[in-house]
Ligand binder design. Structure first.
Ligand code: MN
Ligand code: MN
Length: 475
């Protein structure tokens, strides 16, 4: 008897099935996805910190014909940078700004290990120079042990002079390490403990140097190893120990982002949370052709510590920028107009999601989890437990966004952050929603998020770019 296809036809018509980008995309689209990833890797290598990311975009914005809003510019393409750590980039649309903007917000800080303000010590037991650290954001401390590290950041001297530092990325530069304990002697110190306690913050000291300063006549130099470190730093950077007190020095994994997988379909690299969204949203705004509404890319700092501080998304920066856009566009810019502009606005909170991990599938719920390579994720809510701390986007806005993605050929999927009650986390979405705008989370999934080497798919990277571009042009 011939098998009927009716059930199959109905299944196709009625059921939702996320699409694997590699199966769904045309040959040209696949090529575009691979090509897009090349410059992305170069970007990741240049931008390992908040400051480096903003200065990268500052340079690029000039090349792309964007003008600083504070330089009395003309034209539709403008930007503002605040305190070298966050930025807003805008393309003014045909419609008045007060009708609402289309904004994509991402963050350009990543979990890392900062140096303490007074970091340099000579360890009395080992006679090694060490740097003490204070971790930043949600890290698994044990991952940072016994792996090559680089130091990036700035010394700001009291006369205002800024000295940029980057050691450990070039072949001829030294790297640094926080040595882990050998397994032979870890029985009591580590193996009896919970994994989160096996490496404590006070174990996270960097071995900085080992050779003491020598003087023929003087055999009793106090802390000669530390002194030698200071001498080397003074020769290289012209700094003294007190300059550490006003420095921002960030410790990150040394080395470059790489293609991953035998098919080179993925990218392995540090800081993709959330520079993958910074990169894709910025490239989207660079490439938009015609936008009715004003498009804004907001690159925020300090998301990993709760969007705090005057460079984080809770600060007044973006409101001030939009108010100034109203003024720049010749519109009213009183506080009532600004409030209405915000309420009329649409925002994509562009942050990464946790893709389902083949090693730990149990923390996810397959049908609702993000799958690597299945396109950009549209995430209605984040939070923990009963959606606590979540934005929980409105169904109407959710429908509008996925409608645009379908119409524009964006490979997208839904995505929830893990099983209910498994854990949870938040994004910038809820802070943006406080302004009254429509907000939804939208970004690619990663494997190994917040680890030293996060894994992304070139399919999702490219789909995110297409998603943000479609949003700017059609929403
Ligand atoms: Mn993030
Ligand atoms: Mn994060």
């Amino acid at each position: 008897m011939k098998k009927t296809n009716k059930a199959e036809d109905l299944r196709k018509k009625l059921t939702y099935k996320r699409k694997n980008f590699w199966e769904a995309a045309s040959e040209q689209e696949v090529k575009k996805a691979f090509d897009f990833a090349e410059d992305y890797k170069a970007f990741l290598n240049l931008c390992k910190t908040d400051r480096e990311t903003i200065s990268y975009f500052e340079e690029l914005l000039a090349k792309k014909g964007f003008a600083n809003l504070d330089d009395n510019p003309q034209g539709k393409k403008i930007f503002r940078i605040s305190r070298k750590k966050n930025a807003a980039i805008a393309v003014i649309g045909k419609r008045p700004v007060k009708e609402g903007v289309n904004l994509v917000v991402s963050h350009i800080d990543s979990p890392r290990v900062d140096l303490k303000q007074n970091p340099l010590h000579e360890d009395g037991t080992t006679q090694l120079g060490i740097l003490k650290t204070h971790y930043y954001g949600g890290i698994k401390k044990y991952q940072w042990m016994s792996t090559p590290l680089a130091i990036h950041g700035v010394f700001v001297k009291q006369n205002g002079e800024t000295i940029s530092v980057s050691i450990g990325e070039e072949e001829d530069e030294p790297v640094f390490v926080m040595p882990d304990l050998l397994p032979h002697l870890a029985r009591k110190e580590q193996y009896t403990k919970k994994i989160g306690e096996a490496v404590a913050a006070h174990h996270m000291n960097i071995v900085f140097n080992s050779v003491p300063f020598l003087e023929k006549e003087n055999k009793e130099i106090k802390e000669a190893v530390k002194l030698n470190a200071l001498i080397l730093l003074n020769e290289k950077y012209g700094i003294i120990e007190e300059d550490f007190l006003s420095a921002e020095l960030e410790v990150v994994p040394a080395g470059k982002a790489r293609d991953a997988g035998i098919d080179k379909s993925m990218v392995l690299g540090y800081g993709q949370d959330d520079r993958i969204c910074a990169y894709t949203s910025a490239n989207a705004i660079f490439d938009i052709s015609a936008n009715d509404k004003t498009a804004i890319v907001y690159l925020a700092d300090k998301e990993e510590i709760g969007s705090e501080g005057n460079t984080g998304a809770k600060s007044i920066f973006i409101l001030d920028f939009i108010a100034d856009l109203l003024k720049y566009n010749g519109e009213a810019y009183d506080s009532a107009t600004l409030r209405k502009t915000l309420i009329n606005s649409q925002i994509l909170s562009a942050d990464v999601n946790a893709a389902i991990n083949p090693n730990f599938p149990s923390v996810h719920e397959n049908e609702n989890a993000v799958h690597l390579g299945f396109g950009v994720s549209v995430t209605k809510f984040t939070g923990a437990g009963g959606k606590s701390g979540s934005n929980d986007a409105n169904a109407e806005f959710n429908a509008k966004i996925i409608g645009i993605f379908n119409a524009e050929g964006v490979n997208w999927q839904i995505g929830a952050l893990g099983k209910v009650d498994e854990g949870g986390g938040g994004t910038i979405a809820k802070y943006m929603a406080e302004y009254g705008a429509e907000v939804i989370d939208c970004g690619p999934g990663l494997l190994g998020m917040h680890s030293l080497y996060e894994l992304s798919s070139k399919a999702d990277l490219y789909s995110s770019y297409k998603a943000y571009k479609a949003f700017f042009e059609k929403a």
